[in-house]
Design a protein around this ligand. Structure first.
Ligand code: C2E
Ligand code: CA
Ligand code: CA
Length: 837
């Protein structure tokens, strides 16, 4: 930017070599001309031509391009030497020396107008001629240099990006380059001759002082001044940020002007601002992230860590950075292998990030589970440091183990539930296989429990179940396993039991304690129980078969008289009467139109409005009467009839749904229960799609309710059906949540949009701490995921209030409405179903 010295210092120009100077002589007297030529050639000049008139002189000058012309004033023809010289110096720029006999003042004055480079008088004196020629050559060389230098300088100024403004010694503008014009948004022509300091508005940001105002005083020779971060207002009123430098131009120690260079720094400021903002954003995201974050050098040293990580590990973030802590120190040694392996994979280059589960140690040595995502930060293609994102799994693990517990135990009696029982049977089978052992499986059903429940009420029933469960637990051996299947059904797994005698003696003990008197409120009650027994491996080699056979044995007892026991291998197939009859009846039920559907509303607990309806199958047998789906559906499954029944009920439910949605603005979907055999069927997806089309329903009109073991069975077919249905847009609900394997990983994998928490938990509200806990745990999970929790079996206001308080959105249950026939639905849909008191 400092233009001060460019003027004379550059060395682009060759200097003239006097020895070979070419001279053109213009002389009307041939003898004089010849004489002069001889003299000049003796002095080593080249005489490149001789002319005696103006026209010839110009023609030769053009042709020969002499370095100097020696011109007589008197020439042949009309034009004299002064005319000729004037034209030559104007058009050809060749120095002319007048050689003349005249030296009168008027001629000299006239000759001056031709800007000659010297005079010599005739007759020639060699020394004078030489001196005149040398002076002319030198002067012309200097002039040429100056001209070229000017050209070079102005071309430079034209292409520099900074605005350059020059002034004369009075501070009046004498030059502005194109960049300056753009910067000021004003043409040079309109500023030329104007006072620089008052024409250009440029101020220091804080003092508002105009640095140009003191231009004259401040510019000492050789002292360029530089100002940073000024504000310029151009001639259109736009503000610009600029840096400015100014310097004086001096000639022979005198200041003859100044040059001001102005650089627009708006883009730089914007870029700096953007960089600052992006750094701040990163810093804020890093610092305030809810998960732990650390920047770690390639050698493992923590360079930066955020508050969340500091809190997790219980360290002071600043301390850690000061002391060059190694991130590896926070892993237990056995985890170093995983970490190293993952980081190597990352450095391998193909993966954008790696993820791994590990344990971290707090400063005070406590281990906790984490999930880490690591990526590399690179600069110019080279890795600079690792970015670790640390997700604390403590809460999730806590929830999982809590749910796992809740999922394995029956909430009423705190005995293991069906899921746990199946696991236990499988575990015991595995051990028995190795050791060649056997065991007995006993199904037990309390006699007349239903009557007690109905006459004394549910609470008395529950109490009876709890007390009898306690008694049975106490009676059995430490190694025996007892589970509650639901209702009044219990199961015992008696390991190392091979003989019927062993079993009978255990069962007798159980019968004894059950037949004692139970005190329920003011009532004294005695109960009996029936037992169905089978053995591993004789009666079955897997859990399903064994459970089925113990159940059949139990049916046999109930059929033949109660308070007794029966072994499966003794069951007379002909006597398995009730079940066989049921199966036959079931086979005919579809054809005889004995099935029909009821629908139960699920309501929004805030508005009291029905949000969807669950389809529930009903069977009215002409002679037996109503048979509960819980009682006949297992047989339908077992006998393979479920496929046909399923198809019928889906068709029926969709048809009803299409009707109740007719002319309705918001869709009220139907929620259909799906059994595992249906979901495992190859044609299931196609059947559903076809029926949707048939009834002109969108996939949004249908919700499928699946119980957890559907997820568990996890067959390829089931998975495919589920994926395709989800893609189609059919919502999936997990039914009876909490009674199966309720693992959060299934929720994550199958992303249901609804979870129906089993009614046994609702039933236990405020009576059973497990139930309350389960309900709360589910709220906290669903709050974090796009899942709606639905409470099943809401029967009273107390339960409703509790659920609302815990944030439940939807509920279903007798408090709002029992399952109703299709014909009542339209009337019901416009009702508010929340109890008024
Ligand atoms: P689920 O899917 O849990 O259905 C809800 C059951 O809870 C229904 O019994 C309903 O009448 C009952 N319920 C609703 N509100 C209350 C309440 O406030 N208190 C009590 N104690 N019970 C309430 P339902 O109709 O006897 O059905 C029993 C089970 O049979 C169903 O349990 C479901 O697993 C199965 N089921 C019923 N219909 C179908 C069906 O169409 N297809 C399949 N695959 N299974 C079905
Ligand atoms: Ca259901
Ligand atoms: Ca349910």
């Amino acid at each position: 930017m400092n233009a001060e010295n460019i003027y004379f210092e550059h060395s682009l120009f060759k200097t003239y070599n006097a020895d070979s100077a070419k001279i053109l002589l213009v002389e009307d007297e041939a003898i004089v001309a010849e004489d002069l030529r001889e003299q000049l050639e003796e002095m080593n000049y080249i005489v490149c031509g001789i002319a005696d008139n103006s026209e010839q002189a110009i023609a030769l000058a053009i042709e020969k391009q002499p370095d100097v012309i020696m011109m007589d004033i008197v020439l042949k023809g009309e034009r004299d030497g002064i005319h000729t010289a004037t034209q030559i110096s104007k058009e050809l720029n060749i120095p002319v020396i007048f050689a003349t006999a005249y030296s009168d003042m008027s001629t000299l004055t006239r000759a001056t107008q031709a800007a000659p480079y010297g005079y010599i008088t005739k007759p020639y004196n060699s020394r004078d001629a030489r001196a005149a020629i040398e002076v002319a050559l030198y002067k012309s060389t200097l002039e040429k240099q100056l001209k070229e230098s000017e050209k070079w300088f102005s071309a430079t100024l034209r292409c520099v990006a900074d605005g350059v403004i020059a002034t004369d010694q009075h501070g009046l503008i004498s030059f502005i380059n194109p960049a300056g014009e753009t910067l000021l948004d004003c043409k040079f022509e309109s500023l030329i001759g104007k006072d620089l300091k008052s024409s250009i508005r440029i101020t220091e940001n804080d003092t508002k002082h105009n640095p140009l105002s003191t231009l004259a005083e401040e510019l000492k020779p050789n002292s360029p001044r530089i100002f940073f971060g000024l504000e310029l207002i151009d001639f259109s009123g736009n503000k610009k940020h600029v840096d400015l430098s100014m310097a004086s131009i001096q000639h022979q120690g005198k200041i003859i002007g100044a040059v001001v260079a102005v650089r627009n720094i708006d883009e730089r400021i914007l870029a700096e601002k953007a960089l600052r903002e992006s750094e701040e954003r990163f810093r804020a995201a890093f610092e305030f992230a809810p998960i732990g974050m650390a920047l770690v050098s390639m050698q493992g040293i923590i360079l930066q860590s955020n508050t969340a990580l500091a809190r997790m590990i219980n360290f002071d973030a600043e301390d850690v950075i000061k002391n060059n802590f190694n991130f590896n120190n926070f892993f237990s040694p056995q985890d170093h292998l995983t970490t190293d392996h993952s980081l190597r994979q990352l450095l391998g280059g193909d993966l954008p990030f790696v993820q791994f589960d590990s344990q971290l140690k707090t400063i005070d040595g406590k281990n906790f589970d984490v999930h880490i995502t690591t990526s590399l930060l690179s600069k110019d293609g080279l890795p600079v440091c690792y970015l670790h994102q640390v997700f604390d799994l403590t809460d999730r693990k806590k929830y999982e183990s809590k749910i796992l517990h809740l999922a394995h135990y029956d909430s009423l009696t705190n005995l293991p539930n069906r899921a746990y029982l199946v696991e236990e049977i499988e575990r015991t089978i595995a051990i028995c296989k190795q050791k060649n052992n056997s065991f007995a499986l006993v199904f037990c059903d309390l006699d007349h429990f239903k009557e007690i429940n109905d006459s004394l009420g549910h609470e008395a029933g529950d109490k009876l179940l709890q007390e009898s469960a306690n008694e049975m637990r106490r009676t059995l051996r430490q190694n025996d396993f007892i589970a509650r299947l639901g209702g009044d059904e219990f199961v015992f797994l008696l390991p190392n039991t091979t003989s019927t005698n062993q079993v009978e003696s255990t069962i007798n003990k159980l019968k004894n304690i059950l037949s004692k008197t139970f005190h329920l409120d003011d009532h004294e009650i005695r109960i009996g129980a029936s037992f169905g027994i089978c053995f591993y491996p004789n009666d079955g080699e897997d859990a399903t078969t064994l459970m089925k056979h113990a159940d059949i044995a139990l049916y046999q007892v109930k059929n033949t008289g109660r308070n007794n026991l029966s072994f499966y291998n003794k069951v007379n197939p002909a006597l398995g009467g009730e079940k066989v009859r049921l199966m036959t009846n079931l086979r005919n039920a579809l054809d005889r139109h004995e099935f029909y559907m009821h629908y139960q509303p699920i309501i929004d607990l805030e508005t009291g409005k029905t949000v969807f309806l669950e389809a529930l199958i009903r069977w009215k047998h002409p002679s037996i009467g109503n048979i509960s789906p819980d009682d006949f559906l297992p047989f339908a499954e077992e006998s393979g009839l479920m496929k046909n029944i399923g198809e019928w009920l889906i068709n029926e439910s969709m048809s009803a749904c299409a009707l109740w949605n007719k002319g309705r603005e918001t869709v009220i979907p139907v929620s259909i229960n799906i059994s595992s055999s249906q979901l495992n069927n190859e044609s299931f997806y196609v059947d559903i799609s076809k029926l949707l089309t048939l009834h002109q329903l969108t996939p949004k009109c249908v919700i499928l309710e699946l119980t957890e073991h559907h997820f568990l069975s996890d067959s390829e077919q089931t998975r495919q059906n589920l994926e395709k249905l989800k893609k189609l847009g059919v919502a999936i609900a997990i039914d009876d949540f909490g009674t199966g394997y309720s693992s959060l990983s299934y929720i994550v994998r199958f992303t249901p949009s609804r979870i129906k928490i089993d009614r046994s938990f609702i039933h236990g509200i405020e009576k059973d701490i497990y139930c309350n806990e389960m309900i709360e745990t589910i709220t906290s999970i669903t709050k974090r995921l796009p899942i709606v929790a639905i409470a099943e079996g809401v029967e009273n206001k107390k339960q409703l209030d509790y659920l609302v308080e815990k944030g439940y959105k939807y509920g279903q249950g007798f408090l709002f409405s029992k399952p109703i026939p299709e014909s009542n639905i339209v009337t019901l849909l416009d009702k508010n179903l929340l109890p008024t008191v």
